[in-house]
Design a protein around this ligand. Structure first.
Ligand SMILES: C[S@@+](CC[C@H](N)C(=O)[O-])C[C@H]1O[C@@H](n2cnc3c(N)ncnc32)[C@H](O)[C@@H]1O
Length: 262
């Protein structure tokens, strides 16, 4: 029996699972694209607003729109204290409810690998950005083992449980991003790797983060308790070989940016 696709119907869990990681990678991404103040931004797949918040905190935008297909995520984003000035809408990256040429900059933060047809998503970003504006993205390097809980997924596989992955993980290598951006007609295309590290107070804090991932705890709940304990012990041995105390873990994303001709 195949597992259902990953869904984002619990924004509080998403906050515990991914927002901290998104912010760490997002800071590096925003420093890299170094946007001018006053721009009109589109945050594609804005989720619960973790990255949108960074745009306001670091980029002095003129306007920010966010779209995401998950009502739960968008509802959470609307209630974030720092996002009162943003406009959010439900929408899919492949057919966005956004007028052509209406924004200066469209970005996807940790979204490209969720778009079933990434080229259609990139084409849509090109459509809505004005000539001379920019299109950018950063995405976990799934093929290169950069996903923050890759170690858990490796141990799950070793124990016979195939992790559910987003539909388009192959799009998150630098080569694939470079090709997608070039094939969409974007100019001055650049890519880079983003390596981040994150400290947790102890292994239990890391485990709580990992178990908040979409469907992870629910899938493991189908296992007998002994097997779950074995999985946890295997991950703990890899991440906290020195026993109790803080642990430092790593993740790696790839980023891309390009300019709309004109
Ligand atoms: C890993 S989250 C990233 C959220 C946010 N950008 C961040 O950095 O925290 C991926 C988001 O992509 C959204 N998503 C999934 N499929 C999508 C699609 N086809 N178009 C746009 N967004 C999509 C999900 O609903 C989810 O909120």
């Amino acid at each position: 029996m195949s597992s259902p696709p990953i869904s984002f119907d619990n924004a509080e869990d998403y906050e515990l699972f991914m927002s901290g990681w998104s912010r760490l990678a997002g800071e590096v991404f925003l420093d890299w694209i170094a946007p001018a103040p006053g721009l009109h931004w589109l945050d594609v797949g804005c989720g619960n607003g973790a990255f949108t918040e960074l745009i306001f905190a670091r980029c002095a935008p003129g306007a920010v729109e966010g779209i995401d297909p998950s009502a739960a995520q968008v509802d959470y984003a609307r209630l974030r204290p720092g996002l009162g000035a943003a406009r959010f809408a439900i929408g899919d990256a492949m057919a966005m409810p956004v007028a052509s040429g209406s924004v200066d900059l469209a970005v996807m933060a940790l979204v490209l690998f969720f778009v079933p047809e990434p080229a259609r998503g990139v084409a849509e970003m090109c459509r809505v950005v004005r000539p001379g504006g920019r299109v950018g993205a950063y995405a976990w390097d799934f093929p290169g083992g950069g996903f923050p809980i890759a170690v858990l997924q490796t141990e799950m596989r070793e124990m016979g449980l195939v992790p559910v992955l987003p539909p388009s993980v192959a799009a998150s290598t630098q080569d694939a991003m470079q090709a997608l951006w070039r094939d969409a007609g974007l100019q001055a295309v650049e890519t880079r790797a983003i390596s981040i590290e994150r400290r947790f107070d102890d292994f239990e804090a890391w485990w709580s983060m990992a178990m908040a991932g979409p469907a992870i705890a629910a899938r493991l709940a189908l296992w007998p308790e002994g097997r779950r304990d074995e999985l946890k012990q295997r991950v703990k041995t890899r991440l906290a070989p020195d026993g109790p105390g803080p642990i430092v873990t790593h993740a790696r994303a790839n980023a891309v940016q390009g300019r709309v001709p004109g």
